[in-house]
Ligand binder design. Sequence first.
Ligand SMILES: Nc1ncnc2c1ncn2[C@@H]1O[C@H](COP(=O)(O)OP(=O)(O)OP(=O)(O)O)[C@@H](O)[C@H]1O
Ligand SMILES: [Mg+2]
Length: 241
Amino acid sequence: MPESERIERLTFESAQVWPQAAETRRGEVALVMAQNLSREYGNVAALKRASLRIFPGDSIALLGLSGSGKSTLLHLLGGLDQPTGGELSWPALGDSADLRPSKVAFVFQAQSLMPPLTALENVALPLLLLGAAPDDARQRAADALETLDLLSVAQQLPEELSGGQAQRVAVARALVTNPQLILADEPTGQLDSQTAQHLMDVLLAALGPDTALVMATHDETVARRLKTVWRMKDGILEELP
Ligand SMILES: Nc1ncnc2c1ncn2[C@@H]1O[C@H](COP(=O)(O)OP(=O)(O)OP(=O)(O)O)[C@@H](O)[C@H]1O
Ligand SMILES: [Mg+2]
């Protein structure tokens, strides 16, 4: 057996495995489950054996210093990246091919709007990809922009928006499809504290009882508004309650 395969098997066999019942909590099925989830980039261990569960209604702040692995974990939870070790599943959402764009929405840390599209068109895009009629998509996109006080910039291109406005347009784009899981990577990173709090009001109000939010942040006051705080250090997710 080649060395790499042997190591993979050993890692797999020594993995801690959740009992089957762990898929549910108080009768609810987990949106995401991870066991010993790891991600290495070359010889950098960005995420080390994280085990976690996320259920409908959870709102989780992911706190940790720059480079501690927050974005790495969020990308894995959304099926945007492949783990190099451990187990990852979406019991209530189906397999990873089904995850987007209807069920999981991302607010990326870096600028992610489509440059040739206006703010309104950027927000309407996921609806169009899901098959919504163009007029319906435009109306729902306008409603989402209005919720975030962005109607006045609806016709502007991303390059004509401030950093904070672009960040809020990205939040509107994530909310517009009513996803079951929202993964937000420092969505308040470029905002003044008043706008950050307003964005949190909107995000929390948009969370239905069946929606979960996981949000990476450096801001303790933002983190305190969520039900649960997870801390990361050097790729390690601290022991969860
Ligand atoms: N594509 C990549 N290739 C190589 N190394 C990477 C890659 N992405 C992340 N890393 C490394 O993995 C570690 C974790 O990075 P990650 O982006 O998850 O941190 P973070 O907690 O999100 O940081 P920040 O608060 O600055 O956004 C860092 O050491 C980083 O350099
Ligand atoms: Mg990051």
